[in-house]
Design a protein around this ligand. Sequence first.
Ligand code: GAL
Length: 515
Amino acid sequence: MNINSNGKSRMKPSIHVLAWLLSLLTCMAGPTKSDSILTPAPEVVPRIHGANVFGVRPGHPFFYKIAATGTPPLRYQVLNLPDGLQLDRKTGIITGILPRPGNYVMHVQVSNTIGKHECNLTIKVGNSICLTPPMGWNSWNAFGLSVTQDKVKAVAQVMIDRGLVEHGWTYVNIDDGWEAGQRTAQGILLGNENFPDIKGLADWLHARGIKLGVYSSPGPTTCGGHLGSYQHEAQDAETFATWGVDFLKYDLCSYKWDIFDKAGDNSEAAWMKPFLTMRREMDKQSRDIVYSICSYNTIPWAGKVGANLTRITGDIRDEWPAIVNNGFGVIDQYWYNNRPGLWNDADMLVVGNTSGGWENNVRTNKLTRDEQYSHFSLWCLLSAPLIIGCDLTMADDFTIALLSNDDVIEINQDALGKPARRVLKTDSYQVWVKSLEDGTRAVGIFNMQSEPQAITVKWSDLNIRGGIVRDLWRQKDLGRYESEFTTQVGPHCVTLVRIKPTEALRALGNDTQTR
Ligand code: GAL
């Protein structure tokens, strides 16, 4: 027998029927029906989103936009704002410099005419940055090598206009294709004719609370045949810092075939060398730049070269087997390495209208909506970087809703930074469990079949205690389930829940501050 949240007892069959009806609405909606949008509309009262922790190096520019929803205009206030920082009370952007290491706890308040929301944000000034998985957009799977400054700006404008920035989406990353054909006589790398003013673009983004990323390679050329940073690392690191770049994707590409393979040294030191070279040059800049390395062989030593993200898979595609391979497939080998400041990168989110990079032909996503729910849920569970890979200017309401669910994003941005572990695997379903900072657990119940099915999960099989179960996509408490939970899950779909065990509930009092 289970007990509902009012303390009343209910017979198991009625729970099963309820769960079944609920999931019929979720996962059997299929790719074409509008009722497959599960994320509720944002509340009119203010609600602060994003991680409760942020890392910055001492003496480097601090730049943070408070992400918050609610009926505009919103007013921002910060109590305990450390000396050296300033808040723009209209935009919620905090800037400045904190010279001394330490933890600074700020109290953030956001209000409008209807209400107010407040919570703590801890700034950790030290050597670690990127303390929660980065959230942003990358141009590759939308525009491939035909990316332009105008297209990037248009995407950023959509992120603002459709509210994504207020759910914590922060980075706009230009992938391959921005580089000029030749360096200047002094060896400086410039943008090509499609990128006439990258510094101007960075300034434009920063004024709107968004950060800029660029792409390069340690080889003479990038994978797309553009100029790489080989033997120009010092100049390029300085150029990126001068432009105001916040994120660098550094992709092995021609370093492998032009340098590494020819040297014939397969040692760890030889693999690390090109990434360490750029790391050392970036360390000379007085700016935090998130370092995203890409060589598909970086796991054991990614931490030693100061990477914040390390690609662990080949290029993703918008096909279910690619989700299985990049997401479900790599855990046992690699996920032990994930921790705050170093995130395993399972590649971009293939949601919305995408092109798959090299195709350069934006089209409707081949994943069903059910599969996109699974994809996004799994990346959140895995504490993977959330980097959108579609043309957001074409995004429909489904895609925006998929990317705007604060309950779901919250498990990705959890400060503990633990990736989920696969706890149950059968031929037809998998269950993944992620431990969260407040003692609750996020549980993803994935249907690996192409037919809908009812899945019953016994908490004892997951080695967790029961408690209040919250459906994260619907942002709705389902009641108390003490021993097991049954859910009807559509083809390749997921039921994503958060379980608040009795002990955690007691510790949290009335449970209003679980952000
Ligand atoms: C690939 C990389 C892609 C994209 C592309 C650009 O190696 O995996 O994500 O960056 O290079 O040329």
